[in-house]
Ligand binder design. Structure first.
Ligand SMILES: *[C@@H]1O[C@H](CO)[C@@H](O)[C@H](O)[C@H]1NC(C)=O
Ligand SMILES: *[C@@H]1O[C@H](CO)[C@@H](O)[C@H](O)[C@H]1NC(C)=O
Ligand SMILES: *[C@@H]1O[C@H](CO)[C@@H](O)[C@H](O)[C@H]1NC(C)=O
Ligand SMILES: *[C@@H]1O[C@H](CO)[C@@H](O)[C@H](O)[C@H]1NC(C)=O
Ligand SMILES: *[C@@H]1O[C@H](CO)[C@@H](O)[C@H](O)[C@H]1NC(C)=O
Ligand SMILES: *[C@@H]1O[C@H](CO)[C@@H](O)[C@H](O)[C@H]1NC(C)=O
Ligand SMILES: *[C@@H]1O[C@H](CO)[C@@H](O)[C@H](O)[C@H]1NC(C)=O
Ligand SMILES: *[C@@H]1O[C@H](CO)[C@@H](O)[C@H](O)[C@H]1NC(C)=O
Ligand SMILES: *[C@@H]1O[C@H](CO)[C@@H](O)[C@H](O)[C@H]1NC(C)=O
Ligand SMILES: *[C@@H]1O[C@H](CO)[C@@H](O)[C@H](O)[C@H]1NC(C)=O
Ligand SMILES: *[C@@H]1O[C@H](CO)[C@@H](O)[C@H](O)[C@H]1NC(C)=O
Ligand SMILES: CC(=O)N[C@H]1CO[C@H](CO)[C@@H](O)[C@@H]1O
Length: 804
């Protein structure tokens, strides 16, 4: 028997936004039960679609396994044989070789002879799906060579709801459509190599503060944050990019640390059994985020399939007892095992040529170890193009850029040079903030947190000890080298006969020379890491540095390596600040890519994957939330803005941003014309009725309408434009991104772009029918170069067959 408590079942219903009425301090979590709807039993994987063969093979293998062998597939064991983030033991007698699960988003972590790729946010800013695919492909090849079966990425949640969220940089965008498209391409690239992707963090993991249970200053346990999300917002926003990744075939999903409607992410039956495994037909397995398991029987029944990094707390050896005494049906264990083995077969990991788990992952990188060189020369163009395309130019006045054979440039700022220590391949790896000389802010896990975190000084926000090419935490890794901006500028100076002066200390002291400089480049950054939300989106130190240089230098060019949104209003209107580049997190080819852009060998083609406000008060959720008494021990975050995040919120409240979502300049100009709706399927059913395969009802992906437009390069240089289509769906936000195409156009030439719109693209989530609803009505179409530069508009009528 399982108690209501174990299942997280309803004791009393509590409405989503009705959390403010209780007066006394809450000391037990029973108060919250019932917010997350129970969905049982856990559905068995169906092996639908292209999973059929893998399921067939998996069922055959699992049927030969003993109870203990099946059980052993479901949890990690500690090992000193390799440095994998987690391992699953082999079952040699049946030919299952085991698994290595390894971080993460920027490339293989905690090992050597691997590349450090541009981060998620950087690829989001490229708006280039084939680039995302190629990055996944080459990165996947490295994971494979290192003996990794499951790569712990890509990230599509957080989705940037909290502007200062510490992990926003790991995912591509604050917009679910852009994030989903980039993630789907990434999954296809990775899995094309035979590496299973773990798309994470499922779900509504929108801040770092309170992500895990903690102990406060009064020695009380503070539960992990509950993200309270309504059903419509869940589907239209947070679930959307996961759905794309599922459709793309991901073999694994990682459940998150946070709670959803007060039920832990890894034992929430509604999100796992309901949304993921029933509605979206997931055939693969669900793994916990590390140590995110909080129950044994309950998590198994709620749909969790694998516990990491170990089974010491809940499952482990003793989980078999829960099967034999009937608390968990053996069919659930069979389903867990089948899902895991099926994913393994589907990627071809049974092939004897697949490197053995952990073969290139030394347990301790500082001790002698066998070198497994995963570097692949063929990856070089992707590393470089990826670094180039994620730079976004937002200001360029007085023809500041591109630089034209300057005689003298001066370089300022802590972010220009290579890090003082640790690179390349030093003993410590650049994956912890404190290794950058960056001290962690102290978590104040009680009611007082808000003031103490918000007022942290600037040094909690910037990485002082050298250029920032990746954020901190499990998304980070270390490449073979790091091309720092100052090094690349000096190389270029050698070629051009330019003089480069620099002062990367804290006080620019090159007065005199600054006045003679053709350009002054100021490098600043905005640091972020897993485990810590950012203290803000701008810091006085960096802003003052920019203004100080601009006091003397009339051509001040600002380059910001930003791990998330960075406000620029402290210097954007300074007459001497002539150019601003959001350089994001380019990975190892950082400096080389930047210099090509600054000198016009390459053209800027990136666009902001988030909104830059004029002021922090313009954002709805600037800081993390949750510490509201009387729920101090049970932090709550009500997602009551619904789908109105990022540009949807700015549109709804008529707030003018500094730089809007989708914006970015080029060295050339583009015009748009000829918006046409080339086809609309009328008379189709208003609800999808197709079979459920992984990704959901298959007809959700049918093209319902196709829209075309012409983009012309009206300038004198070749360049790439990202044509974007936004749609006003009846009853929905003013407009939402529903298509984009990045096209390279020679000077003076035109290209036609086409936006196929699927049923899902045009639908809203119907909470009563529990289906995507395609409405009969007028859809407003907007096409252009950013979310606020949309010169082409049209109204498209859709008439469904069975509308009343
Ligand atoms: C709730 O807790 C706070 C902080 O510990 C305490 O000051 C307050 O008196 C408590 N209120 C009640 C109603 O117990
Ligand atoms: C959370 O609660 C809201 C409001 O009751 C509901 O719409 C939504 O479906 C719930 N989500 C989950 C995952 O329980
Ligand atoms: C299952 O795993 C445990 C370690 O957790 C190990 O001791 C045991 O031998 C394994 N059983 C089988 C059948 O592989
Ligand atoms: C997008 O990326 C691909 C692969 O790196 C590249 O070949 C292509 O030129 C890029 N597209 C544009 C328009 O820049
Ligand atoms: C904190 O609580 C734990 C568990 O309740 C207890 O073992 C420990 O002694 C307490 N520590 C202090 C400093 O009170
Ligand atoms: C498993 O059970 C044994 C004895 O029944 C107990 O000593 C041990 O702590 C249990 N292990 C776990 C991980 O619960
Ligand atoms: C069955 O075993 C599990 C795991 O040891 C335990 O949590 C549960 O309470 C047991 N149930 C019964 C009815 O004995
Ligand atoms: C790794 O090896 C180095 C050098 O032998 C040693 O100083 C360090 O403590 C080791 N680290 C771990 C986690 O074992
Ligand atoms: C990082 O920079 C800070 C501030 O300038 C300095 O105190 C610290 O020593 C530096 N750390 C390293 C590892 O260089
Ligand atoms: C811009 O540069 C000129 C020339 O150095 C200087 O006089 C002026 O004060 C500067 N403006 C600002 C806002 O610093
Ligand atoms: C936003 O406005 C507040 C209040 O006027 C001000 O203190 C803050 O510096 C502004 N932020 C920026 C980025 O300008
Ligand atoms: C990425 C891109 O648009 N590159 C072009 C930028 O402009 C130069 C000079 O016209 C071209 O050579 C690049 O192909």
């Amino acid at each position: 028997m399982i108690s209501a408590k174990q299942l997280g079942l309803a004791a009393a219903f509590l409405s989503l936004c009705g959390l403010s009425h209780a007066k006394s301090n809450i000391t037990s979590d029973t108060h919250f039960y019932g917010q997350s709807e129970p969905v049982y039993p856990s559905p068995h994987g169906t092996g639908s679609g292209d999973w059929a063969q893998a399921y067939h093979k998996a069922a055959a293998m699992v049927s030969k396994m003993t109870l203990e062998e099946k059980n052993n597939l479901t949890y990690g064991v500690p090992t000193t044989e390799n440095g994998c983030s987690g391992i699953i033991q082999p079952v040699p007698r049946l030919g299952f070789t085991g698994m290595c699960l390894q971080d993460a988003g920027n490339g293989v972590r905690t090992t050597d002879f691997v590349n450090s790729y541009p981060s998620g946010i950087h690829i989001g800013a490229s708006w280039n799906k084939s680039l995302a695919h190629d990055r996944g492909w080459y990165m996947g090849g490295e994971f494979k060579k290192k003996g990794v079966q499951v790569a712990l990425g890509p990230v599509v949640g957080p989705l940037g709801r909290t502007t200062t969220g510490g992990r926003n940089w790991e995912g591509p965008s604050n917009d679910p459509y852009l994030g989903g498209a980039i993630a789907a391409a990434t999954v296809k690239g990775f899995q094309g190599q035979g590496v299973i992707t773990s798309v994470k963090h499922f779900i509504a993991n929108e801040q770092e503060l309170y992500r895990n249970p903690s102990v406060n200053s009064k020695n009380q346990t503070v539960e992990s944050l509950s993200s309270n999300v309504d059903d419509k917002t869940m589907h239209e926003l947070y679930l959307w990019p996961f759905q794309d990744a599922l459709k793309a075939g991901t073999g694994n999903i990682m459940c998150s640390y946070n709670r959803v409607n007060n039920s832990h992410g890894c034992q929430n039956s509604k999100t796992l059994n309901g949304l993921l495994k029933t509605e979206l037909g997931f055939n693969g397995f669900v793994v916990t985020d590390w140590d995110a398991q909080h129950s044994g029987v309950a998590s198994a029944l709620a749909g969790l399939d694998m516990a990491m990094p170990d089974g010491l707390s809940f499952w482990g050896n003793n989980f078999t007892e829960a099967i034999t005494n009937g608390s968990v049906p053996e069919s659930r264990l069979d389903d867990m095992a089948t899902r895991i083995i099926a994913a393994w077969y589907k990627m071809g990991q049974d092939d004897s040529s697949y490197p053995k788990p952990g073969i290139g992952m030394p347990y301790n990188i500082s001790e002698p170890h066998k070198i497994v060189n995963a570097l692949d020369r063929d990856a070089k163009p992707t590393l470089y193009d990826g670094a180039v395309e994620g730079h976004v130019l937002v200001k360029n006045t007085n023809n500041a850029l591109p630089l034209q054979s300057p005689k003298l440039i001066s370089v300022f700022g802590y972010d220009a040079k290579a890090p003082d220590q640790y690179m390349p391949n030093g003993q410590t790896f650049l994956d912890n903030p404190w290794e950058l000389g960056y001290e962690p802010a102290v978590f104040q896990l009680d009611e007082a947190f808000s003031t103490s975190v918000i007022n942290e000084p600037y040094d909690f926000q910037v990485a002082f000890n050298g250029t920032l090419s990746v954020g901190g935490g499990s998304g980070a890794n270390t490449g073979p080298y790091l091309s720092a901006p100052l090094d690349a500028l000096q190389q270029r100076a050698y070629e051009d006969n330019t003089v480069v002066m620099w002062d990367t200390g804290n006080t620019p002291g090159l007065n005199g020379l600054m006045e003679a400089s053709d350009a002054c480049l100021v490098f600043i950054n905005a640091f972020a890491t897993e485990g810590l939300d950012r203290a803000g989106t701008y810091d006085d130190y960096s802003d003052a540095l920019v203004n100080k240089v601009a006091k003397t230098c009339t051509n001040t060019i600002v380059v910001i390596h930003n791990a998330g949104t960075r406000l620029v209003d402290k210097f954007v209107d300074n007459e001497n600040v002539t150019a601003i580049v959001f350089a994001h997190l380019p990975g190892q080819d950082s400096g080389r890519a930047l210099v090509s852009l600054l000198y016009g060998d390459e053209n800027f083609s990136g666009k902001l994957p988030y909104t830059v406000a004029k002021n922090e008060s313009d954002y709805k959720n600037y800081y993390h939330t949750g510490a509201v008494t009387p729920y101090g021990l049970f932090p709550q975050s009500d997602f009551d803005e619904g789908v109105l995040t990022d540009y949807r919120y700015f549109d709804a409240h008529d707030i003018t941003p500094r730089y809007e979502f989708g914006f970015g300049l080029s060295y050339t100009t583009f015009s748009f014309s000829g918006l046409e709706v080339s086809s609309v399927k009328h008379g189709i059913e208003k609800y999808p009725c197709g079979a459920i395969e992984q990704g959901g009802a298959i007809d959700l992906w049918d093209t319902v309408a196709t829209v075309t437009a012409t983009v012309k390069n009206t300038g004198r240089k070749a360049g790439a434009e990202v044509a974007q289509i936004y749609i006003g769906i009846p009853g929905g936000p003013m407009k939402q991104l529903r298509g984009f195409e990045k096209v390279m156009i020679p000077a003076g030439r035109s290209t036609k772009v086409s936006f196929p719109l699927t049923r899902r693209d045009l639908s809203t989530w119907d909470v009563v029918a529990q289906k995507w609803l395609l409405q009969s009505g007028s859809y407003k179409l907007y096409v252009g170069s950013s979310s606020r530069d949309l010169p082409l508009t049209k109204t498209m009528k859709v008439v469904t067959g069975s509308s009343s």
